[in-house]
Design a binder for this molecule. Structure first.
Ligand SMILES: Nc1ncnc2c1ncn2[C@@H]1O[C@H](COP(=O)(O)OP(=O)(O)O)[C@@H](O)[C@H]1O
Ligand SMILES: [Mg+2]
Length: 607
């Protein structure tokens, strides 16, 4: 089976639009999600053939019964017919089982395919898309929503085609054998359709609400788990418990509503069945007495009525599930169709890192996180960085340092102006190439569970053990790594919990160095490293990554002192730029920062 759409991520120019067109109103989302997996067509067709065979044999049993009763005096024929009924019953069972087996397999495969596809899509999300999607929500969608679809698909394959078929054929057979009674079935059908139709409509809304509440519960749980140490440190367990209880109660209520609605459908089916029986006896008995219809036909009619109501009831069981799957499919489709904020342009030309010198130019760059928002996070950024230069960025928290450097590898795209590497707009470079050229140690160091060497080689898995060790030496991580029993094969637990913040930062820097980029960005990645160690790293770095342009976001002036250029940011604007010597004379803000941190030292000592 091929997976045609798994890796084709929608782009603004080529959105993956509804394969069904816009005219479909019946379960559009569910059909969309099922259609995505085109590999299913054959098994779906086979499963439906089994379903139809199953129903066909089931439906013919009452006919045989009718024949037997109408010709009750012919014993031989009765025996033959009875044998036929037995064979039909066995075949009904076999085909029913075959249909179920296929339905279960297709449903599981659909769920599996959708999960893989959604995961691949989340991987394609840019930082902006990720900012807007809550982890808990993504979790719900990957688990609960996919499960709803799974069950919906399974039940659909078992009844959606079969039930209407059974109903229509039963109607036809009744029309042939006892047309006088047909109107009773029409009444039954109209009543059931109205009841179940209304229930389905109401439940659709209720299921949407339920999944939204489920999102809230998951988000709440996810956030609490992430911050549970803070919760304990500040003794806020009671508050957290209360908060969870309240969202959980919301979920409970939202969960109960569709079940309440569904609870009405079963009694409704029973009521309709009772009504049909009453009508049949009142109206049918005189007809039998008068000889207008035979007793066999009357019995067959009874059985068909039960088949029809039984199938309607099956549909009423199926509908809530399908409606729920439809609501879930809608939520999954949202992710499936999300267009990443940052995409490769069709005209983007491959750029080999080997040919890049590493000159960076910001031309009148503006940036806002919220495209619809009012305020710019970065304004009028004009900056030229020569190949091989070291540039430090200083400024208060929130002044825009991280934002500024994150625009170079296109974690976000500029809102105005442009950024050039060696004269080429970064948006003209394929992202994969760009991220080989530009390597970043992010502000929040993150380690994956696994080994240390796996973490260091993460950006360049093909690099050798020695490469990793060399990078770790520069990042001053080697000393504590070799102190571990398994050295570079030492286990890293989830989120790197078995290493200190500073150690995590050093491994994360080694990871960035191992890529051997042309442009290296250290976003405050020594904040938890002591000054002495930081000094060693910054001294060793130029020898290891010769000619590499280095951008160092610093919260300490001491980190910035040796830079070729220091850029001072304030409220998203560059307010001063120059060497330490120049700035200490010209920039009052720089003087302030300097005095507050290194005020004890004489300025001349430093310069
Ligand atoms: N992902 C984000 N979404 C929305 N706003 C953000 C995001 N990241 C940062 N900001 C805002 O942008 C401003 C600059 O943040 P940042 O670049 O992280 O500052 P710095 O690194 O200098 O401390 C801050 O006001 C911050 O609130
Ligand atoms: Mg920052």
């Amino acid at each position: 089976m091929t997976h045609p759409h798994l890796c084709s991520i929608p782009t603004p120019d080529h959105p993956i639009t509804g394969l069904m067109g816009d005219s479909v109103v019946f379960l559009p989302n569910l059909r969309y999600m099922i259609q995505i997996y085109r590999g299913h067509w054959k098994p779906i067709a086979i499963s439906q053939i089994f379903a139809l065979l199953y129903v066909t044999f089931m439906i013919f049993i009452p006919m045989q019964v009718m024949i037997i009763i109408n010709n009750a005096r012919d014993i031989d024929a009765a025996v033959q017919n009875a044998v036929l009924i037995g064979i039909f019953a066995v075949l009904t069972g076999i085909f029913c089982m075959a249909n179920t087996v296929y339905a279960v397999r297709i449903a599981e495969a659909t769920g599996n395919y959708i999960r893989n596809g959604i995961f691949a899509r989340i991987q394609s999300f840019s930082f902006g898309n990720l900012d807007r999607s809550a982890t808990g929500e993504l979790l719900t969608r990957l688990t609960s929503d996919v499960y709803q679809i799974n069950i919906g698909v399974q039940l659909s394959l078992r009844s959606l085609l079969m039930a209407p078929f059974a109903i229509i054929v039963s109607l036809i057979l009744v029309a042939i054998t006892s047309p006088e009674l047909l109107w009773i079935l029409v009444v039954v059908l109209l009543l059931s359709t109205a009841t179940f139709g209304v229930a389905m409509f109401v439940m659709q809304k209720q299921f949407q609400t339920r999944q939204a509440k489920y999102d809230l519960v998951n988000n709440n749980l996810q956030e609490d788990m992430a911050g549970i140490r803070v919760v304990k440190a500040f003794v806020r367990q009671e508050y957290e418990i209360e908060k969870y209880r309240s969202t959980n109660d919301g979920f409970r209520l939202a969960n109960v509503n569709p079940l309440h609605t569904n609870a009405i459908t079963m009694p409704a089916a029973l009521f309709i069945m009772g009504l049909a029986t009453t009508l049949l006896i009142l109206y049918g008995s005189p007809l039998v007495a008068a000889g207008t219809i035979k007793i066999g036909a009357m019995l067959a009619f009874f059985q068909y009525t039960f088949i029809i109501i039984g199938q309607m009831w099956m549909l009423s069981m199926l509908m809530p599930q399908i409606v729920s799957a439809e609501a879930s499919a809608g939520r999954l489709k949202e992710i499936w169709d999300t267009v990443p904020d940052v995409v490769d342009r069709p005209a983007a030309r491959p750029a080999a890192a080997g040919n890049v010198k590493g000159k960076i130019v910001f031309e009148n760059v503006h940036f806002r996180y919220d495209p619809k928002g009012e305020t710019d996070t970065l304004k009028n950024i004009n900056l030229t960085i020569e190949p091989g230069q070291t540039v430090a960025f200083l400024g208060a928290n929130g002044s825009g340092k991280s934002t500024l450097v994150s625009l170079i590898p296109r974690f976000y795209d500029v809102s105005g102006g442009r950024i050039l590497i060696d004269g080429v707009d970064v948006r003209e470079i394929p992202q994969d190439d760009l991220r080989n050229i530009v390597s970043v140690a992010l502000q929040k160091a993150f380690l994956f569970s696994g080994t240390i060497v796996e973490n260091i080689r993460f950006g360049r898995p093909e690099s050798s053990y020695d490469d990793a060790k060399a990078a770790a030496q520069v990042a001053d991580a080697d000393s504590f790594v070799v102190a571990q029993q398994d050295q570079y094969d030492a286990r890293v637990s989830r989120k790197g919990q078995n290493f200190s913040g500073g150690q995590q930062q050093r491994i994360s820097m080694a990871r960035a160095f191992t890529v051997r980029p042309k442009i290296l960005i250290l976003d405050d990645s020594t904040s938890a490293v002591d000054i002495e160690t930081e000094g060693r790293i910054l001294t060793a770095l130029p020898k290891f990554l010769t000619g590499v342009t280095r951008l160092i976001v610093a919260s300490r002036v001491s980190t910035a002192l040796a830079a070729d250029k220091i850029v001072v940011l304030e409220k998203g604007e560059i307010v001063a730029m120059g060497t330490h010597k120049e700035l200490i004379k010209s920039s009052p803000l720089y003087q302030d920062i300097f005095d507050s941190q290194l005020g004890g030292l004489k300025k001349e000592d430093i310069s």
